[in-house]
Design a protein around this ligand. Structure first.
Ligand code: NAG
Ligand code: NAG
Length: 172
């Protein structure tokens, strides 16, 4: 009887640990497994670095739009819970930051593109990096999220006018 309940306790504990691991991120094991699934042998090292350091998915796959998307989605599937994955095209919304005329080095736009093209970052991490691109509160951050929302509702960003998802007057 007693060993039976101990065994159940053991199972529950293992289950919780595994769950925490899944909810809280990933380790080297997931990275190596994902690299095997998503990258050819010659690109595997590059691929591992993309995941390990949260970098944009390049490794040569960026030269072909179709491959780029397959690579990006494959890594997300290997590392992120479903509700944390994004579409590579969501990065198109980064163009809202180009409307900030005070950002001559395009710092926020580039920060946004890097975060949105990095498949091992979850949504929270991406949005945090983008929000923090400016030390001041950036009104364009809200526009960025509006843009994502409209894409989710089926609009293609390319056919939207900036004013349709952003009330913004540039104040350098
Ligand atoms: C996102 O990733 C961070 C760092 O790995 C982790 O602490 C956080 O729990 C993750 N958030 C979600 C919702 O998965
Ligand atoms: C912009 O502001 C105007 C007036 O406050 C409002 O009517 C309009 O819906 C807003 N547009 C967006 C995209 O938030």
């Amino acid at each position: 009887m007693r060993s039976h309940s101990l065994f159940i306790l053991f199972l529950v504990t293992v289950f919780c640990l595994v769950n925490v691991e899944i909810a809280d991120g990933f380790g080297m094991m997931e990275i190596e497994k994902t690299a095997k699934e998503c990258c050819t042998v010659s690109r595997r090292q590059c691929c591992i670095e993309v995941m390990k350091f949260g970098r944009p998915a390049k490794c040569g796959y960026e030269n072909n739009a179709e491959w780029a998307e397959i690579f990006y989605n494959c890594i997300q599937r290997g590392l992120l819970a479903e509700d944390q994955r994004m579409s590579l095209d969501d990065g198109l919304c980064c163009q809202v930051f180009a409307h900030d005329t005070s950002d001559s080095s395009k710092h926020c736009e580039n920060t946004c593109k890097i975060a949105m093209h990095s498949p091992s970052l979850n949504k929270t991490e991406r949005f945090e990096k983008i929000k923090k691109c400016s030390m001041l509160e950036n009104p364009l951050d809200k526009c960025f999220h509006n843009c994502l929302k409209m894409r989710q509702n089926g609009f293609s960003v390319q056919v939207l006018d900036f004013s349709e998802y952003c009330n913004y007057t540039s104040t350098p």
